[in-house]
Design a protein. Structure first.
Length: 122
């Protein structure tokens, strides 16, 4: 039985690379605390492809996605797209955490504690 590849599909490569070079201020701030396994030794990837989506941060060991939402997510259509995206990611066995950009910029320590709270034991 062959498993279908869903991570980092080739057709998303250029977009993923471009997004890594144009992080939002909130993404850049959070990345400083996630990179190099700084949060409880967990490795995170930024702008990681899962199927047709590119997630902000992904921790493979925890099957955990961290998404940051800004003003572009504050309307009904964006909410529906986010819900569909979350359903797809959950169907891949991933857990999704969402934070507002403003929380990362003003309450970073709380965001980091909340991410770590979702790490599995052992």
């Amino acid at each position: 039985m062959t498993t279908r590849r869903v991570h980092n599909l080739k057709y998303t490569k250029a977009t993923r690379q471009a997004l890594r070079h144009t992080l939002t201020p909130a993404e850049a701030r959070l990345w400083k605390h996630l990179q190099r396994s700084q949060l409880e030794g967990r490795k995170f990837r930024r702008q990681h492809g899962v199927g047709p989506y590119i997630v902000d941060f992904y921790c493979p060991a925890e099957a955990l996605v961290v998404e940051l939402d800004g003003a572009a997510h504050d309307h009904e259509e964006a909410y529906r797209r986010d819900e569909a995206r979350t359903r797809f990611l959950a169907a891949q066995g991933l857990r999704v955490l969402r934070f507002e950009n403003r929380d990362v910029l003003t309450k970073l320590e709380g965001v980091l504690v909340e991410i770590a709270r979702h790490f599995r034991e052992g």
